[in-house]
Design a protein around this ligand. Structure first.
Ligand SMILES: [Zn+2]
Ligand SMILES: [Zn+2]
Ligand SMILES: [Zn+2]
Length: 357
């Protein structure tokens, strides 16, 4: 196939790869390049080009119809047109023309190219280019890229502050500066919230562990404390939650011997009392349960409920402990979960209200 006389030659892009079909449109660039192309290829890859093609195109009788793609380097336009033909782009071209190609993909609605550019720009983000890419991501409506830029700025603000791009923004674009500072604040807030959440979760998890320890101390005993009706076992080793269990055993020892708790003046005894209450709220077998005060607390809770005196804050605490336990059992390996299941089934039916210390 040979081009007609008035077509540029040689063809700089892929137009000559459609055998037997002559190009029927020219793409004009700011640099004066004229790229021959096929209307049906352009129309099928971009709805914007399609509507441009369906409008009467500019042409004099002596020259072929022309579409202008201006404002970006000629080479970027030719890489763009090549993408419309071949649906691919070399790493080198992406590295050189990534920002122009992202703009073109946005303006001409070519989602596949937009995705490719976004991925490449994310891979090539640096302290030096992040401000420019951030602005581009906003203009081209590329939220994923915008988020990655924002995170990079947030994590390296001290270095970003020293770049020419940031100084330029400070001198010329107060709105962008304000926006960046705002999302820095939001990130900071989110990070604080997340830390607080993790901290809270770990407290609820400790409570949930304490509940498990309380059950096994009252059922089969653990290291130094156990039910009073059981023989002390010499070789009983520490349980898997020993850090929590040991604290609880100390608390139980204190509770069993404290003299001040009679008039409610002891904070450690109050804490033990709350743990018994929490156990009762979580316990689904109060009639078989060997944990002290379990049934008494159940009866009291039922009476309170009848009177309409529900304690919402207490219920919320119970729910959070339940969910912390569920979360932690999801993250345990399967074998461990099975072992724990067996351990819980070992409860016997005796009523024991006091401890062997
Ligand atoms: Zn234990
Ligand atoms: Zn006490
Ligand atoms: Zn119970």
């Amino acid at each position: 196939m040979s081009p007609k006389n008035n077509w540029p030659s040689p063809f700089p892009v892929y137009a000559d790869q459609i055998p037997g079909e002559s190009p029927d449109v020219l793409i004009a660039t700011s640099g004066g390049l004229r790229i021959p192309a096929h209307r049906h290829i352009l129309a099928s890859s971009s709805p914007v080009l399609e509507s441009m093609i369906n409008r009467p195109l500019k042409h004099r009788s002596s020259s072929p119809p022309t579409i202008s793609i201006l404002g970006v380097p000629s080479k970027a336009v030719s890489v763009f047109v090549r993408f419309l033909y071949a649906a691919k782009c070399s790493e080198e071209d992406l590295g050189k023309y990534g920002i122009h190609l992202l703009t073109l993909s946005h303006v001409f609605l070519v989602p596949q190219l937009k995705q490719t550019c976004t991925k490449s720009l994310i891979e090539h983000l640096t302290i030096e280019n992040v401000i420019d890419v951030l602005q581009l991501a906003r203009l081209c409506d590329a939220p994923n890229l915008h988020l990655k830029c924002a995170k990079l700025i947030f994590n390296n603000f001290k270095s970003v502050e020293k770049t020419e791009a940031w100084k330029f923004v400070q001198d010329n674009d107060p709105w962008l500066e304000l926006q960046i500072l705002q999302f820095m604040d939001e990130f900071q807030l989110r990070r604080k919230k997340r830390r607080r959440h993790v901290h809270e979760q770990s407290l609820y998890l400790q409570l949930s562990e304490a509940m498990e320890c309380l059950e096994h101390i009252c059922t089969e005993g653990c290291t130094s404390v156990g039910p009073s009706d059981m023989e002390p076992t010499e070789n009983r080793g520490p349980c898997s939650k020993f850090a929590t269990c040991e604290g609880l055993q100390l608390l139980i020892r204190h509770f069993a011997t404290c003299r001040r708790r009679v008039n409610g003046g002891c904070s450690r005894c109050k804490r033990m009392w709350q743990l018994f209450r929490l156990h009762s709220s979580l316990c689904d077998q109060p009639n078989l349960c060997r944990v002290p005060l379990c049934r008494q607390f159940k009866v009291k809770a039922e009476e309170d409920q009848k009177k309409g005196g529900d304690d919402e804050r207490w219920k919320l605490l119970v729910r959070k402990v339940v969910s912390a336990k569920a979360m932690s059992s999801l993250s345990l390996p399967k074998r461990k979960r099975e072992e724990e299941g067996e351990a819980l089934e070992m409860k016997d039916n005796h009523e024991g209200r006091s401890f062997r210390l």
